[in-house]
Design a protein around this ligand. Sequence first.
Ligand SMILES: [Zn+2]
Length: 130
Amino acid sequence: MSKHTYPDPDISVETEAYWQAANDGKLLVKKCDACGKTHFYPRSICPCCFSNETSWMEASGKGHVYSYSVMRRAKQPYAIAYVRLEEDVTMLTNLVEADLDELRVEMPVEVTFRKSESGQALPVFRPLKD
Ligand SMILES: [Zn+2]
């Protein structure tokens, strides 16, 4: 079916654990121990209060589409979206396994993973089936 190729992510010291967890099928977010807020992309300094006391937590992997756009000019049309997780962070990601004409804002989605060109697992989202 879809032969969309995903470029390799930039992996830094701050995001290494995040990408490692993705290879294990887990989605991590960072939570600040000082102010209690979650953030994304993972950083070692909390963007809300600048504390360096941040910890990893495993996300539920569930959220909803905050906004999206469909790339119809690509050889294989695909959708990118901002997904708002239950953990209160927003991720820029790809939507997969979805009928591109049936996407809508607020649609419930769940995480799944796709491999990048060099085999790194990337968190992407698909419609949540109920
Ligand atoms: Zn904080």
